[in-house]
Design a protein around this ligand. Structure first.
Ligand code: ZN
Length: 134
């Protein structure tokens, strides 16, 4: 990883809000709880690359648009979140030890139009699990 993209992690007690584990707001990764796991750090680092590649603000606009479209399509907040191309890419890459910068930044494009085969029952239980936000 290039040095200028080394994640700046910040542990806080109250941010992100309860129910969420970590959030990336370029150039910082905020997290709560005991610490960032390796996979969570990789996941959030992918979001850093995505945000940098889109010059930050357009990332958030697209993220919101993707989430609203997913919400209308699936009528389930958790499923809508998991279907966001940025999230699909980040989850796919969080188990990769050294994905390329290009793949981290632009891998989400290959996720456009795809749909996960999640169980139809994205129940309240799955919604209440701690989640990584962008
Ligand atoms: Zn995420």
């Amino acid at each position: 990883m290039l040095d200028f993209m080394r994640p700046l992690t910040i542990h806080t007690r109250h941010f992100p809000p309860r129910g969420f584990y970590a959030i990336t707001l370029f150039p910082f990764i905020f997290y709560r709880g005991r610490g960032l796991s390796v996979s969570a750090l990789r996941h959030e680092t992918v979001h850093l690359w995505q945000q940098a590649a889109l010059l930050v603000l357009p990332f958030y606009v697209l993220y919101l648009v993707f989430w609203i479209v997913g919400l209308l399509r699936y009528r389930n907040g958790h499923r809508a979140y998991r279907e966001i191309p940025f999230e699909r890419s980040a989850y796919a890459l969080e188990s990769s030890p050294r994905p390329s910068a290009v793949r981290q930044a632009f891998g989400w494009i290959t996720e456009l139009g795809r749909s996960q085969s999640l169980p139809k029952d994205c129940s309240e239980e799955s919604v209440s699990k701690p989640t990584n936000l962008p």
